[in-house]
Every structure is written in structure tokens, then in C-alpha cells.
Design a protein around this ligand. Structure first.
Ligand code: PLP
Length: 373
């Protein structure tokens, strides 16, 4: 039996929806009580320790992603972090283009489209079957571009963009870079120092098993002070306890992107889960995931199914996506057998094994797929 199964609450059946919501670790469920204990016993006096719990969340992110704690700012989700970044851009006369891709998560497109109100032009990298070479990126990273949004692992097909190379080229052109790691954090090793982007945004709900509400924004300490968010509050202030309504001064790190009174509990849960993920090790999770996804891919190929995830292991995140002739019919077959997966229009069925899944489960999944499906 897979030793990690006992460390998580896993819904009945076979759970392969880790690209959507990672399972709750037992430790997270039992230890989150600390938050309530502080509230119970200290009331308003709990703030000091509650805020130190946020520092703990940022510390765990630093361990996970190789950053520094004060480069992280808690956010409720990726969409809100992206909106804050877009509205913090320094005015640049000859750079009116914002670049993203048709394969980014739709939220990102929504946030970008509203920037047209401010005179920006939005440009999408065409979907191109969800595969983007560095050469394609280079064609679009033109001198009139102010910012490029790069999704690390694409939600629809799990393609891994060549982030390091894109950032390097973008920087040579003077373009600001934002990387979305919502779909890769926890299953693909990430080294923020090596990337050296301007911003990285993500959330804890998927492979990090940290639940909803614990998003984050990482801002490069070399460039963070060039950005002036408009969505602010007293926790974005250099000294939140100054209480001078006429004198707002941004704090001098990523936390200028914070806002008003922050939520705490989601970050407590996320940190407990992230510490478990860190103790298991993302390298190990990646290795295990690739072993299972490789079996799934090879057996699906043998059945002549239409796999839309890149076949090269280094080019894919944690998910295998298969586009069946009748996705809904196959989806219902899996539902009946209590195999949890989902279907994304235009892409197909998504299968995402985590550290607590095993080969036996993958064999059951494969047995349900029929040649010609
Ligand atoms: C790559 C990617 N980015 C962003 C999101 C959504 O982010 P949020 O709901 O935190 O705004 C998702 C959700 O599935 C995603 O897959």
C-alpha cells in the first residue's frame, strides 16, 4: 500500500483531480486548531501571532520555490494578484502592448481585456495546439510590449512553457515578466532565483493540497519598487500603525500588494500542507507523478487514444489530457466507477495523479478506456 495514502483524506474511489483541488492532509485538519485557540484565548491580542503565521506561510513558500520570505505577498487567488500587478504598471510611452496566450486560464484574459480601457493593446499568442516554442515567443516579444504573461503549466494540456528562456529573452527586450505557477507548484520543481522573473503568481489549492484562499504573489526584490499598485490598504503601508489618513507610503517590498486586514486561516492551512509537501519533496512527487503518467500515456497510445498532453516528460506538468471522441460519454463511465476526473471543453478529460495515487489505480483507469473511445 502507498505509504502516503494514510497522510491525506482521500475521497472514496480513485481521486485524480489534483489539478483542481489537492486532497486535505490529515495534519492540516488537526493542526489548524491553533488558529482558533489563539482567537479563543487572546481575542484581538491574537493579531501578533496571527501575523507571524503569515510570515510562516511566506517562509514555507521560500523553501518550496527558492525565494526570500519578504518577496512574497499573500493574495486571495491568482486572478486578484494579476489584477493588482496590471494596475501597478509604470507608465511607458512606447510600450502599449500586453502579451498573454490563448491557452492561459480564462481569468487572466478577463483581467487583461479590461486594460484596454487604459489604452493598452492586448495580444494573444495563438493556441497552436497548446505548444509554444521559444521561437514563437520571440516573435511576439516585441519592443512595444510592456508585459508578458507566461503560464508555467498550461491548464488545458499540461504543456510546460520554457519559462527560463522566455524570461531571459523578454528581459533582453526590456519586457516585464509574470509567471503563473498555479498548475505547477507542488508537482514541478521551481527555482525562482534561477528564473529571475519580475513577478510569479500562484495558489495553494491544487498540487500543494493547501485549500482555497491562499494565493500568493512573488515580486523580485530588484524591481518590486518600480510598481505602484492601486488596490491597497493599511497593510500595504510602510507603517500600518501610523494612522495618518493624508500620508500613504508604499512599503518597500512585495507586501505593497497586500491591502486591508488580511485573512489568516487559509494561509495557516496552506502552510501546514506545504510543509508536508516540502518534507516529501517536490522532486519525489514529480518522479512519482511522471512514472504514473508515463504508464497512462503508453497504455493510452496502445489503445490509439488521442493524447493531447506533450509526450516528452520534460515538456509536461502533472496532468495527462485525453480527447476522446465522446468526452461526455467516457466521463460518465468514469463517474459510475467513482473515478474522479474532469472534462474541459475544447481539451478533453484530465487525469492528475499525486503522491498518494498508485499504479494499481492507474491500471483500473486504463482498463475503463476502450480502443476507439
Ligand atoms: C494555470 C491556472 N492559472 C490560474 C487559475 C485560476 O486561478 P484563481 O482561481 O486562483 O484566480 C487556474 C485554475 O485552474 C489555473 O489552472
Amino acid at each position: 500500500m502507498n505509504q502516503y495514502k494514510q497522510q491525506f483524506f482521500i475521497p472514496e474511489g480513485i481521486y485524480l483531480l489534483n489539478h483542481s483541488v489537492g486532497c486535505l492532509p490529515q495534519k492540516t485538519a488537526s493542526q489548524k486548531e491553533h488558529f482558533f485557540e489563539l482567537w479563543k484565548s487572546q481575542g484581538s491580542e491574537a493579531w501578533e501571532e496571527w501575523l507571524s503565521l503569515i510570515d510562516g506561510f511566506c517562509q514555507s513558500l521560500s523553501t518550496l520555490l527558492n525565494g526570500y520570505p519578504d518577496e512574497f505577498c499573500p493574495q486571495s487567488n491568482v486572478s486578484s494578484a494579476v489584477c493588482k500587478i496590471l494596475h501597478s504598471l509604470p507608465p511607458q510611452k512606447n510600450r502599449f502592448k500586453l502579451l498573454l496566450s490563448e491557452m492561459d486560464f480564462p481569468s487572466i484574459g478577463f483581467a487583461f481585456s479590461l486594460m484596454q480601457r487604459l489604452g493598452y493593446q492586448i495580444e494573444f499568442l495563438p493556441a497552436n495546439n497548446g505548444i509554444f516554442s521559444l521561437e514563437t515567443w520571440k516573435q511576439y516579444l516585441t519592443k512595444d510590449t510592456q508585459l508578458a504573461f507566461i503560464t508555467h503549466a498550461v491548464y488545458g494540456n499540461s504543456f510546460l512553457n520554457p519559462v527560463t528562456e522566455i524570461i531571459q529573452y523578454a528581459q533582453e527586450q526590456g519586457i516585464i515578466t509574470v509567471v503563473d505557477i498555479a498548475q505547477s507548484a507542488g508537482v514541478v520543481p521551481i527555482n525562482l532565483r534561477a528564473w529571475n522573473a519580475d513577478f510569479v503568481v500562484g495558489s495553494s489549492i491544487k498540487w500543494l493540497c493547501g485549500g482555497p484562499g491562499a494565493g500568493f504573489l512573488w515580486a523580485n526584490s530588484e524591481t518590486a519598487l518600480n510598481f505602484a499598485p492601486i488596490d491597497v490598504g493599511w497593510f500595504s503601508h510602510e507603517n500600518p500603525f501610523e494612522f495618518d489618513i493624508y500620508n500613504f507610503r508604499y512599503t518597500n517590498n512585495a507586501r505593497r500588494f497586500w491591502g486591508g486586514t488580511p485573512s489568516i486561516l487559509p494561509f495557516v492551512c496552506a502552510q501546514l500542507s506545504m510543509d508536508l509537501i516540502n518534507s516529501i519533496g517536490v522532486d519525489k512527487i514529480r518522479f512519482h507523478n511522471q512514472r504514473l503518467t508515463e504508464v497512462l500515456i503508453q497504455e493510452s497510445q496502445a489503445k490509439k487514444l488521442n493524447i493531447i498532453t506533450p509526450l516528452e516528460p520534460w515538456q509536461r506538468g502533472g496532468t495527462v489530457v485525453i480527447n476522446f471522441n465522446n468526452n461526455q460519454k467516457v466521463y460518465e463511465r468514469f463517474q459510475q466507477e467513482k473515478i474522479s476526473i474532469d472534462v474541459r471543453p475544447g481539451f478533453g478529460l484530465r487525469f492528475s495523479p499525486h503522491i498518494y495515487n498508485d499504479e494499481e489505480e492507474i491500471e483500473k483507469v486504463i482498463a475503463l478506456m476502450q480502443p476507439g473511445d
